[in-house]
Structures are given as structure tokens and as C-alpha cells.
Design a protein around this ligand. Structure first.
Ligand SMILES: Nc1ncnc2c1ncn2[C@@H]1O[C@H](COP(=O)(O)OP(=O)(O)O)[C@@H](O)[C@H]1O
Ligand SMILES: [Mg+2]
Length: 438
């Protein structure tokens, strides 16, 4: 709030003396001459005193106003100081590194985050000593030249660099009473590594999906051209090529199905599932569907299930999970071996929540080397791409499983020994029925 300056007005004082002096002088004169009676004295007194009283009152009002304004100013100064401390505290506690530089790019102030990123002895030194980066140098130069807000992105830190978005605000504070330098720079560094990682994953995903679709499509186009050209009259080649084209187009169709499925699951990721499911029945029906596939490799699926309560989940999505896991056990298991599906569940009454059920699927086969285990659930990740493709795999099955289990707040672990057993353990919370909609 701006303060009005209140001062005693010299002109007003002169006016007062000017008004009072003639009657006072005249009264004194008459009194000395003994020519004034009591009534005249009273009249003279009123005439003389009235302007004096009014003027005194006027000065009293001015003094009161001055006093009030001074008190307000003291209050204001205290509030400004308090706000400054508050601002400093906020800046200090921000998780993003923040620096204030002078016009020569020397660091005047740095918050805690900036200190932990760049070091403790950074004050009064030039920023370029701590961030040696040509992108930042150019951006600073541009900010100085134009006075505009400048943003730039660069990597910082070793051995695991982080990606930072930096904003450079230039302030011209030449008129301010608090500074002796004319320009200040407010520099904020925002860690956008996670965003960059997501961006990269999306780009990789699009590239992988395109590649997966392009391969069967190229093969179909190739066979069509062969059938139209050199193999035009070759009946045997016709049958063989049409059968390959059928397989390739089925592969494309499965891939598109999986891609759509993945995008649907991602879309509904934050909607809690609400079906009441008898998991034992669900697994049994999945095994019934996959039994012929297992028999074709002379494999048997043994399912041991305990009696249990229903769980809360999404029926179709959990069917998809067990279809993929049991189908993987068949596809990547050795012929003439058995697959075990075991099922443990607590016998708690239905209304008691948050106890897990655990399903374990075990198969015998070549197994998975330890270095592949952490990456199995990535999209399009396969241990042996050629084998997976030849078995009709899209490489998306476990990525879909991962998303569904995440939605169900469950957990999944792989344990595998080379040329021995592979064990997938899946636990899901039993959950309770959601409250009825009001
Ligand atoms: N039970 C298993 N035994 C051995 N390898 C497995 C097993 N389950 C999954 N894998 C490996 O994990 C990869 C990813 O599986 P998945 O996402 O289901 O893709 P797909 O089955 O379409 O290839 C498979 O290609 C395979 O290499
Ligand atoms: Mg699979």
C-alpha cells in the first residue's frame, strides 16, 4: 500500500500567525490603555481564541492521521518481511532445483535441491562452472539478448544422467531500491526423465507394433505376387502359399486383437473390477479349452484346487490371464511332460477382505535364463523370437497379464531353472463386493 507523506505545512502556520496577530495586538493595546471593559474583553477573547482553537484542532487531526499512517507502515513492513521469509521457505523446500543469478550469471541464491544437484560451494560462482552444457549456454545467451522467457532441455549427471527441462526468466530490476545489479535470472530445472522415458516407450511401441505387422504383411504381398507371376499355373504351390498366407493373416489378426486388448485394459486401468468370481471354476473352464492343445503335445494339466470363497475381479480379464499363462506353459513346455496348476486360498468368511489367493503354474521345459526374467513382461519381449513366432505368439501376452494384475492389485513372479521347471506364481486379493450403488 503506498503511503501518503504527512508534514506540517509551513504556509498554514504562517496563516495562523497572520490571522491571530492583529486582534491579539489590538487587545493588548486596549488593555494597556485601560479603555477596554469586561464585555469587550470577552468579545475580543472569542474573536482571538476561535481561530486558535480551530487551528489547534486542525493540527491535532493531522497529527492523529500521521500517527495512524506510521503504525500502518510498521505493520506493512512486518507483513512484507513475513512474506519474504515465507517465499524463501517455499523456494527452499521445492523439489525442483532453483537458482537466482546476477547479470553476469553468478549464482546468488540456490535452494536445497539445487545444492544437492550441483554441490554446496556454488554461490558467487558462474553457473557454467557447474553445468557445462552448450544448450544451456545458448539459451542463457538468448535470454540475455532478448529478455524473453527461454526454455531448453538437456541431460545432466553421471553415470545415470537425468533429463531436465530448464526455464530461464530474466528480470530487469534496475529501478528497484533493493538491488545494485540491474538484471537477475531466475532459473528452474525440472526433472522430466520419467516423461522422456514414457515418450521413448511409446515411440518404441509404435515402431515394434509396425514392425510386427509389416513382417506378415510383406510375406503375404510376396506370395500374392508369386501366385500372380511364376506360380500362376502351379497347383501345388497355390495350396502351400495360400496356407502360409492364411497363417500370416491370422498372426496379424491376433496381433491386432492383442493391441486392442492392451489399449482397452490401459483405458480401464483405474476402474476397480467388480465381478464376484469363483476362481476355481474360471481356471477349470480355461483348462477345458486348452486341453486339446496340451494333448497334441502329449501333456497333461493337473489342477488341484481347494474349496474357496469367491473373489472380486473382472471375469473376462482373469480368463485372459489364465489362458495366457497356461497356454505359455503348454507352448514353451517340453512334450510328454505335465503341467501343474495349484491353488491356495484362505477360508475366511466372505466379508473379510484383503487376503490373497495364490495360483501357481509349473511346467517342465528349457526354462528361462535369469537375465530375461526381469524383462519378460515388456511389450514384444521374447526369449526366443523365432520360436515364439513359430508358435503363433505375439509377444504381448505377458504385457497384457501384467496390466490386468495391476488393475486387480495383485502380484506375479517368475522362477525358472534352465532345462528344468518354470514356475509362475500369481496372487490376487480376495477383496469384498463393492458397496451397492446408491
Ligand atoms: N512358461 C514359460 N516357459 C518358458 N518361457 C516362457 C514361459 N512363459 C513365457 N515365456 C517366455 O516369455 C516370452 C513372452 O511371453 P508372452 O508375452 O506370453 O508372449 P508370446 O507367448 O506371445 O511369445 C515368450 O516369448 C517366452 O519366450
Ligand atoms: Mg503368450
Amino acid at each position: 500500500m503506498p503511503h501518503k507523506k504527512i508534514q506540517f505545512n509551513f504556509q498554514e502556520l504562517m496563516n495562523l500567525i497572520f490571522i491571530l496577530s492583529p486582534p491579539v495586538t489590538f487587545m493588548i493595546y486596549l488593555h494597556v490603555q485601560h479603555t477596554i471593559n469586561t464585555l469587550e474583553l470577552i468579545v475580543f477573547f472569542i474573536v482571538t481564541a476561535l481561530p486558535v482553537i480551530m487551528t489547534v484542532q486542525h493540527f491535532q487531526r493531522k497529527l492523529a492521521l500521521l500517527d495512524r499512517e506510521t503504525t500502518l507502515q510498521i505493520h506493512d513492513n512486518r507483513a512484507t518481511k513475513k512474506n519474504q521469509i515465507l517465499l524463501m521457505n517455499i523456494m527452499e523446500k521445492l523439489s525442483d532445483p532453483i537458482l537466482i543469478l546476477d547479470s553476469a550469471d553468478r549464482i546468488l541464491m540456490a535452494n536445497k535441491s539445487a545444492h544437492s544437484l550441483l554441490g554446496q560451494q556454488i554461490l558467487k560462482q558462474n553457473i557454467s562452472v557447474f553445468i557445462r552444457n552448450s544448450i544451456l549456454d545458448d539459451a542463457m545467451k538468448h535470454a540475455h539478448e532478448t529478455g524473453e522467457l527461454v526454455s531448453c532441455e538437456f541431460e545432466l549427471g553421471k553415470p545415470n544422467p537425468k533429463h531436465y527441462l530448464t526455464r530461464i526468466h530474466l528480470f530487469d530490476l534496475a529501478d528497484s531500491q533493493i538491488t545494485d545489479s540491474s538484471q537477475y535470472i531466475f532459473l528452474a530445472l525440472y526433472d522430466i526423465s520419467a516423461l522422456k522415458q514414457t515418450d521413448k516407450m511409446r515411440a518404441d511401441f509404435v515402431a515394434n507394433a509396425s514392425h510386427e505387422l509389416r513382417t506378415p504383411l510383406a510375406s503375404i504381398i510376396g506370395f500374392i505376387e508369386t501366385l500372380q507371376g511364376p506360380a500362376r499355373n502351379d497347383d501345388q504351390a497355390h495350396d502351400r502359399f495360400l496356407s502360409i498366407m492364411h497363417d500370416e493373416s491370422s498372426r496379424m489378426s491376433r496381433l491386432i486383437e492383442d493391441l486392442l486388448s492392451l489399449s482397452r485394459i490401459e483405458r480401464d486401468q483405474h476402474i476397480p473390477p467388480s465381478d464376484r468370481i469363483n476362481l476355481s471354476h474360471l481356471i477349470k473352464s480355461v483348462i477345458d479349452v486348452l486341453e486339446p492343445q496340451a494333448e497334441s503335445k502329449n501333456m497333461a494339466i493337473h489342477f488341484t484346487s481347494e474349496n474357496m470363497n469367491n473373489i472380486t475381479g473382472d471375469h473376462d480379464q482373469l480368463t485372459q490371464v489364465f489362458q495366457n499363462l497356461i497356454e505359455n506353459a503348454i507352448k514353451y513346455g517340453d512334450e510328454n511332460t505335465d503341467i501343474e496348476v495349484t491353488f491356495e486360498a484362505s477360508m475366511l468368511p466372505d466379508h473379510i477382505a484383503a487376503k490373497d489367493v495364490t495360483v501357481t503354474i509349473t511346467n517342465e521345459g528349457p526354462g528361462i535364463a535369469p537375465e530375461h526374467l526381469p524383462r519378460l513382461m515388456e511389450r514384444f519381449y521374447r526369449v526366443d523370437s523365432a520360436r515364439s513366432r513359430s508358435l503363433g505368439g505375439t509377444g504381448l501376452g505377458l504385457a497384457i497379464v501384467k496390466h490386468i494384475i495391476k488393475r486387480h492389485k495383485g502380484r506375479i513372479f517368475f522362477k525358472s531353472e534352465l532345462n528344468s521347471t518354470t514356475k509362475v506364481t500369481l496372487s490376487l486379493p480376495i477383496g469384498t463386493s463393492p458397496p451397492p450403488l446408491s
